[in-house]
Write a protein that binds this ligand. Structure first.
Ligand SMILES: Nc1ncnc2c1ncn2[C@@H]1O[C@H](COP(=O)(O)OP(=O)(O)OP(=O)(O)O)[C@@H](O)[C@H]1O
Ligand SMILES: [Mg+2]
Length: 246
């Protein structure tokens, strides 16, 4: 159980194999040359990430530029590589034989030209089976980064509605988007709870694309509260703490 909780591949399969969540979970495969090639030619952009990763460590974005050119973006570095096989080898040299996954990239909208996604906290009280969204924060990637992890990329945290209103998807209805995200989040928590009975908190990383389609990037069983502590308004932080206490 302790290991399953941190196994991104296992948690991916739990969500992806649930009919009513499937369309919200970006296609992912265990990384090998064949799947790397397949997803890259299907989507043009992929994210390559460790099965046992955390805090945005060891994450690569690969983009096909046309002809035989590929851009590998990791941390705040971009490298141009020629040929798909060379690109795969380039990444393999950096990661050794660690277990990795390759995932469809969600083409995220931006705030001040930087991509953003969000962290949603879903909790239930000790003797209740009712799941509640207790926190939601927009994480804007720091300058030059693809990952939105606040500490790693020196990114920014924003309240959901004000973030959407200053973003490249400001034309979308923030309320409709929010209620859709809440519904998908609660459905995810219910699904996960069948496999982690007794667990009372989930932190979902959720991305939206430029049309407002929702994508579940990953589910965390031990989400940090620090995102919410860092916001000036402590309402969500206090609610999360209150739920944690019972
Ligand atoms: N498929 C994807 N499409 C777009 N962006 C992605 C995708 N996968 C990851 N990212 C970006 O990279 C970040 C880190 O990815 P992920 O959450 O999978 O790794 P992590 O190391 O577990 O991070 P954390 O410990 O913060 O949860 C995401 O929050 C998001 O900003
Ligand atoms: Mg994450």
């Amino acid at each position: 159980m302790a290991s399953a909780a941190k196994d991104k591949w296992y948690k991916y399969l739990l969500l992806r194999r649930h009919a009513s969540l499937r369309s919200y979970v970006p296609e992912t495969k265990l990384l090998d040359r064949h799947h790397f090639s397949k997803l890259l030619s299907k989507y043009g952009h992929v994210i390559v990430k460790p099965v046992w990763g955390s805090r945005g460590q060891g994450i690569f974005q690969v983009s096909w530029l046309g002809h035989h050119k590929y851009i590998v973006h990791y941390e705040n570095i971009k490298v141009l590589v020629r040929g798909r096989t060379n690109t795969y080898r380039y990444i393999r040299r950096k990661i050794g034989n660690a277990s990795y996954m390759v995932q469809r990239r969600i083409t995220r909208p931006t705030i001040n030209n930087r991509p953003f996604d969000m962290r949603v906290i879903i909790q239930r009280r000790t003797d209740s089976s009712v799941w509640v969204v207790t926190g939601k924060v927009i994480k804007v990637a720091g300058k030059g980064y693809i990952v939105s992890n606040n500490t790693r990329s020196k990114g920014k945290l924003l309240h959901f509605k004000s973030g959407i209103r200053q973003s490249s998807v400001r034309h979308l209805s923030a309320s409709k988007l929010e209620s859709h995200i809440d519904r998908v989040s609660i459905r995810s928590a219910k699904r996960l709870s069948a496999f982690f009975p007794g667990h009372r908190i989930y932190g979902l990383d959720i991305g939206i694309d430029r049309k407002g389609h929702i994508g579940i990037i990953e589910a965390n069983l031990f989400p940090a509260r620090s995102h919410f502590r860092k916001l000036m308004d402590k309402t969500m932080y206090h609610r999360i703490t209150d739920y944690q206490n019972g």
